[in-house]
Design a protein around this ligand. Structure first.
Ligand code: PBG
Length: 310
């Protein structure tokens, strides 16, 4: 009766990895229980999400190696894996499920960085923004509902918003990865999209220093001013303090990404007999609500939604 926060399937966004082929499921070793799915099966996963009351799925492609290049041009191909998946989901399910799409070059770049790089490997902010705008338009044309730039370039939210308006996509939302930290918790994700082995160096020149908190508020303020409809803090559990500060300082919806390394930690604890999966999943997800989130991206989303529906 006095409970302050509640977890509901409608709070959840389910990230899914897309791969080539038909009827293909590829388990990801460092993310036990998570697979890459071919487009025909992603459509089935979307049906699972709808049945469980999950309002939105997030798509990430595992691009074939031969389609990766230094300029990440495959991101602009209207028939790339991402756009093919968006169209297939929208053809089958229409507005029954929201499709949130990732804007960043890492799944398409031969070097695994989120942007274009110079000869020394330094990521070029402004040159990258120009490509991200075209990537976002490509996804919007394919039918994406929410564009989610995860690249952390400065100025990309405003540039993407303007391009969406000019391109007739005024109803497409932007969920900005506003406070994204240069984290050690992304390893299994990089396996999932096939960028771990390609990435040289790190992403510390554009992702945030885990030591910083005020900077997160500056990043969020900029993205809201540029036109973000909602903002995200990432990773999740180690950054609940950031979520709470953002929640208290702004009025747009705040989302958290419980990232791949967090998922893997829970699964490792379960495998080691150190904890019980259902309880760990529900407690961690509820913590995001308590910290002030409107919703959470989690690889446990389907499992959690099914538990909540029982
Ligand atoms: C990159 C991107 C990353 C994640 C989402 N988009 C990894 C990175 O920045 O290297 C991580 C998600 C996860 O770990 O689950 N654009």
């Amino acid at each position: 009766m006095v409970r302050e926060n509640r977890l509901d399937p409608s709070d959840l966004i389910w990230p899914l990895f897309v791969t080539d082929g038909k009827a293909v499921e590829e388990p990801i070793a460092s993310l036990p229980g998570v697979s890459r799915w071919s487009v025909d099966l992603i459509v089935e996963r979307a049906a699972d999400a709808i049945a469980a009351g999950i309002p939105c799925i997030a798509l990430f492609p595992n691009t074939q190696t031969e389609r990766r290049s230094d300029d990440g041009a495959e991101a602009l191909n209207p028939d790339n894996l991402m756009c093919t998946a968006i169209r297939a989901i929208k053809d089958r399910h229409g507005e029954a499920i929201g499709v949130l799409t990732d804007v960043a070059l890492d799944p398409y770049a031969a070097h695994g960085q989120d942007g274009l790089i110079d000869a020394k490997g330094y990521v070029l902010n402004d040159d990258t923004v120009a490509v991200l705008v075209d990537q976002a338009l490509n996804q919007a044309e394919a039918g994406a509902d929410i564009i989610a730039p995860s690249d952390m370039m400065d100025g990309r939210i405003g540039a993407i918003r303007r391009a969406l308006e000019m391109g007739g996509h005024s109803n497409v939302q932007i969920m900005s990865y506003a406070a994204k930290y240069a984290s050690a918790f992304y390893g299994p994700f990089r396996d999932a999209v096939g960028s771990r082995g390609l990435l040289k160096g790190d992403k510390k020149s554009y992702q945030m220093d885990p030591a910083n908190s005020d900077e997160a508020l500056r990043e969020v303020a900029l993205d809201i001013a540029e036109g973000a409809d909602s903002v995200m803090v990432k990773p999740g559990l180690p950054y609940l303090d950031i979520i709470r500060r953002v929640r208290d300082s702004f009025t747009v919806p705040v989302f958290a990404y419980q990232v791949s390394g967090e998922y893997a930690m829970i699964e490792a604890a379960v495998a080691a007999g150190a904890g019980e999966r259902d309880a760990l999943v529900l407690e961690t997800l509820l913590a995001f609500k308590r910290a002030g989130c409107s919703g959470v991206l989690s690889y446990h989303a389907l499992h959690a939604a099914r538990l909540l529906n029982q």
